[in-house]
Design a protein around this ligand. Structure first.
Ligand SMILES: [Zn+2]
Length: 389
């Protein structure tokens, strides 16, 4: 009889094999043994189980290393689908991916100033999920899981939104509401954490061990990757950089404090600038981005101002974390160099150690999909990290 420890070791090894196939596909059993350090018979036994579960596929023969040509393995992309949701402040972006994380369906609903009541917003979310489930292709495992990125403080283990100031929500048991309705496992995380995981699995952070993902949209948050893992802090509340004080007697913030970075370097600051200098209030963020790119002077200046303020926040973070890379995501970097050049200049100017090392500051590769992709990756990583029932 196997001990609990032996069962756990086997589960971990199986996850390692599945993860290796996912990341290095196509790959042979012998190469998996070489990459993971597991012995060949263990790898073969675990691969047999994964084949029986239809999570991996044999792809035909690979390159011969002198003897018989080895059989290559890959992920069975079609085994099931995953839903990833970015629950934004004024939109919901929903994607469906296959088991390899490739987007096969997506829909965005804009909710410009429509409502903030949790009941209506959750009803919209459930309608969207229902639509996706109905339109999903028939697969062996159906919808494997639903990941949701939320703009607020989340207890990710309990699937609870503790506080989302920009939505005006407190203590919402989102996971249990969605799980009870659909009977599908649900994973919830803060949107910046989800964005960081998305960049780590699919985007600009794939090859970086230590990086910061900064979500700069309606609010500002950071997902912190240290040694290839998401750093959550002692209670899972790390990364609330939008509420880092940057002005002693500054603008009051929705969190109750004043002088928070978010008031100077987010969409809120951009809209405030446009209202003050262009006297316009009815523009969306995408209107201002388009106008700035088209050369509108006030829109460009607004982005330069916000880029400068965000650069100050980034310099503080570089001083604290010494990352290899900082990725700027969500809506603001969609304007491109108008924001990024000012941000880089300010960050370099204010970073204490910038003469000793340079930090790459890049816009997200996943653009507005980072959070939804990361939400899907929450499901994939949980699945790849635990025994498959
Ligand atoms: Zn604040």
């Amino acid at each position: 009889m196997k001990t609990a420890d032996q069962v756990l070791v086997k589960q971990i090894n199986k996850m390692i094999v599945l993860n290796t196939i996912y990341k290095k596909r196509p790959i042979s059993r012998a190469e998996i043994a070489k990459v993971t350090g597991l012995n060949k018979s263990t790898v073969s036994a675990l691969v047999d189980e994964l084949l029986t579960e239809e999570l991996v596929l044999e792809m035909g023969a690979g390159e011969s290393q002198g003897g018989r040509r080895p059989v290559n393995l890959s992920i069975n992309k079609e085994v099931g689908n995953i839903i990833g949701i970015d629950l934004g402040v004024n939109y919901i972006l929903s994607i469906m991916t296959n088991f390899a994380g490739e987007i096969i369906w997506e829909k965005r609903i804009d909710l410009q100033h429509a409502h903030n009541s949790p009941g209506q917003r959750i009803a919209d979310l459930q309608t969207l999920i229902e639509e996706m489930i109905v339109s999903a292709s028939q697969t062996v495992r159906g919808i494997i899981g639903i990941g949701i990125g939320v703009p607020g403080i989340v207890n990710y283990e309990q699937g609870l939104i503790l506080s989302a100031p920009n939505l005006g929500w407190e203590n919402i048991e989102l996971r249990s509401m969605i799980e009870q309705k659909f009977g599908i496992p649900v994973f919830i995380d803060n949107e910046a954490n989800a964005g960081a995981i998305g960049e780590k699995w699919f985007g600009a952070g794939k090859r970086a061990d230590e990086f910061l993902y900064i979500s700069a949209g309606t609010g500002i948050g950071a997902g912190i990757i240290i040694n290839n893992e998401l750093y959550r802090g002692s209670k899972g509340l790390s990364g609330e950089i939008g509420h880092m004080t940057v002005s002693l007697d500054g603008i009051p913030c929705s969190c109750g404090n004043a002088g928070c970075l978010e008031e100077y370097a987010s969409e809120k600051a951009l809209f405030r600038y446009m209202k003050e200098y262009a006297c316009v209030e009815e523009l969306t963020i995408f209107n201002i981005i388009d106008n700035a790119i088209a050369g509108d002077e006030v829109s460009r200046k607004a982005f330069e101002y916000v880029g400068k303020c965000l650069g100050i926040g980034v310099a503080n973070l570089i001083n604290a974390f010494n990352p290899q890379l900082v990725i700027i995501g969500n809506s603001l970097p969609l304007v491109g160099d108008i924001l990024m050049n000012e941000l880089r200049r300010e960050a370099e100017k204010r970073c204490f150690a910038s003469k000793y090392f340079s930090v790459k500051i890049l816009p997200s590769q996943l653009n507005m999909h980072a959070c939804a992709m990361g939400a899907a990756a929450l499901v994939i990583s949980r699945l790849y990290a635990s025994p498959v029932s």
